[in-house]
Design a protein around this ligand. Structure first.
Ligand code: ZN
Length: 126
């Protein structure tokens, strides 16, 4: 099944590759930060533990994003880019413009977030 939309795939591909590079940089940054923290940890255990939690969260976010981006790129290669994973509807150009790595349409994304509970919504609001 191929998207019925007339998407400029080159444009999205460029955006995805750029985002992937940013995520990898971010992961590398956090890894360095954590390495530095570990050596200082002995002296400032309390503060460092909190810092590390933030670093871990950043790493998780970057990692999750990277996986989304890579999945979008591989779907592009299979000619499935722009199709919702769940309902196989078009994701929609406006949504892809904002989130080139989106794999779900707005409706399915909302359902998925509801099922995941209020945690994600709360984090987003913060
Ligand atoms: Zn959908």
């Amino acid at each position: 099944m191929t998207s019925t939309m007339n998407l400029n795939l080159d444009l999205y591909k460029a955006a995805l590759l750029k985002r992937a590079a940013e995520c990898r940089n971010d992961l590398e940054d956090v890894r360095k930060d954590v390495a530095i923290e570990n050596t200082a940890e002995v002296m400032e255990q309390g503060i460092r533990a909190a810092d590390r939690e933030v670093a871990m969260e950043r790493m998780e976010t970057a990692y999750r994003q990277l996986r989304q981006v890579e999945s979008a790129l591989s779907r592009m290669e299979r000619d499935e880019y722009g199709i919702c994973l769940k309902c196989e509807d078009d994701i929609g150009q406006k949504r892809l413009d904002a989130l080139p790595w989106a794999v779900l349409c707005v409706a399915c994304q909302e359902t998925a977030e509801r099922l995941r509970g209020s945690g994600a919504a709360l984090r987003r609001a913060a």
